[in-house]
Design a protein around this ligand. Sequence first.
Ligand SMILES: [Fe+2]
Ligand SMILES: [Fe+2]
Ligand SMILES: [Fe+2]
Length: 474
Amino acid sequence: MNTYATYRSLPPLAGLCSLAEASRPGLSVEQCVRRLKRYHYAFKRLHGIFIARLTAEPIYELKMVFSLHAHLCAEHTAALRNRVGEMREPPLGLEEAPDAALEILFDEILAAPTTDELLLGLYEVALPALEAALEKHREETNPLADQPTMRFCKFALLELDEMCTYGAQSIASVIAPETRQRAGAWMELLDACLAAAGNLDGTAELSGNVIDRQHSAKPFVFDSRPRRDERFPDSYNMGVNAEVFLYDEAMPPQAKTLMMFYKRLREIDVPEMMASIIAETPGKPWGYYRDLTRQLWDEARHAMMGEVGFASLNIDWPKDVMVNFTWSLALNTQLKPIERHAVLYFIEQGLMPKTGKRHEWEVGLASGNRLSALFQDYDWADEVLHSRVGRDWYVKEIGDPKKAADYGDACWSRVLMDWNKYREEGLTQHRNWWPDAYCAACKTWGVEPDAKVLAYDTSYQSVRADLKNLSTSA
Ligand SMILES: [Fe+2]
Ligand SMILES: [Fe+2]
Ligand SMILES: [Fe+2]
């Protein structure tokens, strides 16, 4: 080996590593697969936790980051399933927990009693343990023989590092020292789980600890009621019908960009609803969870596009724009998971004709607001992808496109978003917030408000978002 040289000193081994590194014994296929199955389990459970805790998490920023981290975990889970399948092993046994103590670890984090404990368990215990395991794998495996796993680890570590960084920042922002103290004993329990499992990868000596479940002693129940933080003071407000305004040809494009930012931010309710479908539909192939979670993340991105739009116009959206949760609340509490998927598919099909997403993009272009045009351009592209996800999973399950669409329409017609009842019960006054938001935007634009736009006062009392007329008694 000492005298070995490559042709004209070209870097050896396709640049993967040195000859010395490629000569180390590394891990056998069997050892490698045993570890891969544990990484797979960890990513899968993390995905499930982010999804299960997203709907009822009140803090908007955390809802958004849970959406992203669920998506990333779903992608890495898929990559690991592929890799295990390449290692002389059909991807069998992937649905079982590889270790009882690891199972308790993730069950405990899933059942964390508050957001604070949830963040601590995820970002101070589980994700760092997974990161350490993948780093160790890169150090120990043979970089030539096991290059596909090395490559997986490299990309997964990039994102794990970003996830841990965000987690550390969020903990620093929201968790008080007393909380950390209060959670101390439980954090020790989580560490004890890892020790009993011989670390996440199972390579350390087993501690022999017997673990008593704490928060997970009772089975976890998914909480399907969406919650919002204090910046959403009027969550039942259905006072401004965005769609009627958007399709009114008499209204000018510039004002419509404002309404489209509202529509985007309101998409926050799609992750809240989709999380309930994913959490309450067990037993599907991984591709289902992966595709639906990608879609869920896109919807979160669209909401953040709305947030950026309002910020760009200097609009204080929590004060001037009432972002409701009536859609996710109604669907999650009134329909079965397949019925929710049916409604989603039906609505997204309706976005595809010329009057839907293309129209929004054209309005963005016509307005001269380049940010609005850009966001609508990508929103449209993403929604086309979502239609395909709907065809791949929901329509295939129903078996026929016509039946699938009709079923979606029927399910949505059954959903009760009772405008009058919300008001009677004092949940909202359906305040028309539009004039205030529009005036604030006009100030930024340096224009006088247009009287016709300012006078807009159509709510969702009698017209649904797809412009279908509702009987006013409903
Ligand atoms: Fe959407
Ligand atoms: Fe969208
Ligand atoms: Fe969508």
